[in-house]
Write a new protein. Structure first.
Length: 475
């Protein structure tokens, strides 16, 4: 055999040997439903991620999750490939078994929705496993499966402390937002959400993107177009940015994060993502709009709903909040008016249908109000928290219908006339909402966190420099 033929044969042999060499790939599996505990008779959505960390691409990876037969009575799932990954089946019901092709860096993401039988209890233990094709090798098999445990009972407790945030936005001229982890109070984000803007920033937190981790929703104050943004709570990546109303409106907006329809089972679309609620501030009609967020994008030109919370003659602004008031799946929307009318608090279905209506404080008080929703006793539906916008920093807590006042107190020293802004978070991780209270203009940027049921002090701090006295928003 001459030298050139021997060289060609050697090259062909090398190519064949390379082609037949088994792949080596570190396949990592993650799974969570964002909950440490859930109510019996409710539903949950698991997010599953299968990632190929290399060094080789792999084909025919089996992803398997049998789901327990009991206490689940409905199971549906949706799968998609990211960064070049593909799957042989994108949707189904019942046990999950699919094949995936994963390039290096490729990810398969699965949303699995499950409904739990009423009157069931205990701990759900649910495991997903990724198995390489025969002959392929994983150098780190310990991360080829992931197990999520969720207690089923009477309360809802998010996974933590890493999944739940609360945020503070500066009023006045700073344009600054800070965010903290519930459970620890650790500062995790400090940023200016609107480049070149130094006005007020209204804030809210909630899992808008549906990944089990709270995100940060921000809106501009007076003097700027009605700009709303959503930032990923883990990475602070901007995932949505839109004008909530006509850009010519410069009166400011208030924002809330909601899960109005968190798990419509039997659909193939990503269905565990949330919504953004926006209320127009003073100078406009008392307009509320609800925006859908799908795959990290808000659709500003096609709001899920749009309605007037109060009579069209009122132009004092509308403040918004969202939360579960009735103990049923899905949030309700709560509003309070700004300055100029009594503190008429309303609760709505997200379509705009009124489900509760009452007055906070005395009807002679027309200084405006702020609202929040939180389940302060950990049972049934949540409560409505109301803070006075002006005058003494009065806070009232009502049941979800507004028919019963649960508590009334001053958030700060009674001599402080700047009002109080209200929010809620499970700060001490006991399954009950706690109160986040921010001082209005005229004092330092003081934030207090009180136990929702006992009103005991849990935390007290200045969110910004003590010289700043323009007031803070909380959410």
């Amino acid at each position: 055999m001459d030298r050139s033929r021997r060289a060609r044969a050697s090259l062909e042999l090398e190519h064949l040997e390379a082609r037949d060499t088994p792949a080596v790939a570190d396949i990592a599996v993650e799974k969570t439903d964002g909950l440490a505990a859930m109510r019996e008779g409710s539903s949950t959505t698991y997010t599953i991620r299968v990632t190929n960390n290399g060094p080789d691409a792999v084909s025919n990876v089996t992803i398997d999750d049998p789901f327990p037969l009991f206490p689940f009575n409905t199971k549906s799932w949706f799968a998609s490939g990211i960064s070049g990954a593909t799957v042989n089946q994108t949707t189904g019901t019942g046990p999950l078994t699919i094949l995936a092709n994963l390039p290096v860096g490729g990810v398969v993401q699965i949303s699995a929705s499950l409904f739990v039988f009423p009157r069931s209890g205990g701990t759900l233990v649910n495991t997903v496993t990724a198995t390489l094709a025969p002959g392929d090798t994983d150098p780190n098999p310990a991360n080829n499966s992931a197990t999520d445990r969720t207690d089923v009972g009477a309360t809802v407790i998010p996974d933590g402390p890493g999944g739940t945030l609360y945020a503070v936005g500066s009023d006045s001229a700073a344009g600054h937002v800070v965010a903290y982890l519930a459970g620890t109070g650790q500062l995790v984000h400090s940023f200016l959400p609107f480049a070149g803007y130094q006005g007020a920033v209204r804030v809210a937190t909630g899992d808008v993107t549906g990944d089990g981790f709270d995100d940060i929703v921000v809106g501009t104050g007076p003097g700027a177009p009605p700009h709303v943004k959503v930032f990923d709570g883990r990475s602070l990546r901007e995932v949505a940015s839109f004008m909530a109303f006509d850009p010519a409106f410069r009166g400011g907006v208030f924002v809330a994060a909601a899960r109005f329809n968190p798990s419509p089972l039997g659909t193939s679309a990503p269905h565990n993502e949330g919504q953004v609620v926006v209320g127009a501030d003073a100078g406009a009609l008392p307009h509320v709009r609800v925006f859908s967020v799908v795959s990290g994008r808000a659709f500003p030109n096609t709001p899920l709903s749009s309605f007037l919370a109060y009579d069209a003659s009122f132009r004092g602004g509308v403040r918004v909040a969202a939360g579960d008031l009735d103990g049923q799946l899905g949030d309700e929307l709560v509003t309070a008016p700004g300055v100029g009318v009594p503190a008429h608090v309303k609760a709505f279905h997200y379509s705009g249908a009124t489900v509760a209506s009452f007055y906070a404080f005395e009807q002679t008080f027309q200084g405006g109000a702020f609202v929040a929703v939180g389940n302060v006793d950990g049972t049934g539906g949540g409560e409505i928290i109301v803070g006075a916008n002006q005058g003494p920093p009065r806070v009232q807590i009502f049941d979800g219908t507004g028919s019963t006042e649960r508590a009334q107190f001053l958030a700060f020293d009674g001599g402080f006339p700047g009002g109080v802004r209200v929010g809620s978070v499970d700060r001490n991780r006991d399954g009950r909402a706690d109160l986040v209270l921010g001082a209005g203009p005229g004092a330092g940027p003081h934030v207090r966190v009180l136990s929702g049921d006992s009103l005991a002090a849990l935390d007290s701090f200045f969110a910004f420099g003590q010289a700043f006295n323009g007031g803070v928003f909380v959410g």
